[in-house]
Design a protein around this ligand. Structure first.
Ligand SMILES: NC(=O)c1ccc[n+]([C@@H]2O[C@H](COP(=O)([O-])OP(=O)(O)OC[C@H]3O[C@@H](n4cnc5c(N)ncnc54)[C@H](O)[C@@H]3O)[C@@H](O)[C@H]2O)c1
Length: 375
């Protein structure tokens, strides 16, 4: 198969859809990989590294889209990219269709096959192509939280791990899924006094087993959250209710109960945020202060560490990209249910029900587009 890797053109997006290591695996299997010049630069990968991996370097984005069968990228196409996408071309990337009617209609019009990272789903209902970014965001939440607790950045002026003779910072994590668990590990590793809350008792049992002794587990409820917020220095919001807006666990009136300089990191901001006073911010201007409480609500946290994020993303996407390249999307999706669930828009039809429902547009079952393959 001929595979294209364009440079991301969304503002401040430095990740790239495929690493040189990923390109090597695909070329070894006999596939052709065409990479736009400088596509990997923001993540620390040079054109020479892609060439060494057997890829061809193309001068511009138009030539990448021109004749490839599969595009591998990171972010959803933006308007400038719509007209580059060809009929029947397979586009493998994050789309988040339900949040954009314009994008959905543009992809329907393109006649392309849109396989969305975020809806590839395993039988246990986990989302393997979202996990790596949650791992990055969870770990980053603690790094950023520690930074914004510094006095010059309007924080309480407390060192996360303390020093001998002085207590460490207290970190409260709301949600014990992927983000919350990674945050708890990082905060505990730095010596903080950590509490992690979830509504799922079995999850709390598991976390109590695997996390170190300086992490306490606690059932999540409004009563319990209120009892802790006044004594915690860093609070990380990491809840998710699949397919729904995040519940507001920290309400505006609770800010008054917090110490001045407390830092709130709302990782769930991309789902509307679990802190009522959360408004999306950017890496250029990540925080604002309300009632003396520092709010950090960056919606694309992994974008700040493109080297790590690109490698983590390719680790997760490559096995699926190889199946698609080896078999073509129809056969690969008919043999792999996780991949089939990634098909959102196919040749002019919306094949993912919740995307069609979101905009009141017609839905066509994906099976109508997949030729049945008897293994
Ligand atoms: N800002 C970013 O850059 C960024 C990056 C990655 C992920 N995220 C977001 O982070 C959020 C968490 O993602 P995840 O991968 O950890 O999800 P996950 O599904 O692995 O975990 C969510 C956890 O929240 C728990 N939960 C639900 N309601 C709760 C409540 N009322 N109180 C406490 N816990 C509750 C669930 O039981 C679950 O364990 C999502 O909104 C995701 O989109 C944001």
């Amino acid at each position: 198969m001929i595979i294209g890797v364009p440079k991301e053109i969304k503002n401040n997006e430095n990740r790239v859809g495929l690493t040189p290591g990923g390109a090597k695996e695909l070329t070894k299997l006999g596939h052709t990989v065409k990479v736009q010049s400088h596509a990997g630069e923001g993540s620390g990968f040079s054109d020479a590294q892609y060439k060494d991996a057997g890829a061809t370097i193309l001068p511009d984005i138009e030539s990448v889209y021109a004749d490839v069968e599969m595009i591998i990228k990171v972010k959803e196409p933006i308007e400038k990219e719509y007209s580059l996408i060809k009929r029947d071309q397979l586009v493998f990337t994050y789309f988040h269709f339900a949040s954009s009617e314009t994008l959905t209609k543009a992809m329907v019009k393109s006649g392309a096959v849109c396989l969305a990272y975020e809806t590839v789903e395993l039988p246990d209902r986990s989302l393997p192509l979202l996990v790596p970014m949650s791992e990055v965001a969870g770990r980053m939440a603690v790094q950023e939280g520690a930074r914004f607790l510094e006095k010059p950045l309007q924080g309480r002026g407390i060192l996360l791990g303390g020093v001998p003779g002085v207590r460490p910072a207290k970190v409260l994590i709301l949600g014990g899924g992927v983000v919350g668990t990674q945050a708890a590990k990082m905060a505990a590793g730095l010596g903080a006094d950590v509490t992690i809350m979830d509504t799922n008792l079995n999850r709390l049992r598991y976390l109590a087993d695997i996390l170190p002794a300086n992490v306490n587990t606690f059932m999540s409820s409004e009563y319990n959250i209120r009892s802790l917020i006044g004594s915690h220095d860093l609070i990380i919001g990491a809840v998710l209710i699949p397919g729904a807006k995040a519940p507001k666990l920290i309400t505006r009136d609770m800010l008054k109960e917090m110490q001045p300089g407390t830092v709130l990191i709302d990782v769930a901001v991309d789902q509307g945020g679990c802190i009522e006073t959360c408004e999306p911010t950017t890496h250029e201007n990540p925080t604002y202060v309300i009632d003396g409480v520092v709010h950090y609500c960056v919606a694309n946290m992994p974008g700040a560490v493109p080297y790590t994020s690109t490698l983590a993303l390719t680790n997760a996407t490559l096995p699926y990209a190889i199946q698609l390249a080896n078999m073509g999307w129809q056969q690969a999706c008919s043999l792999s249910n996780p991949l089939k669930l990634g098909l959102n828009v196919v040749k002019g039809d919306i094949t993912y029900k919740s995307v069609a429902d979101a905009f009141g547009l017609p839905y066509v079952p994906v099976e109508e587009h997949i030729q049945k393959v008897t293994a």
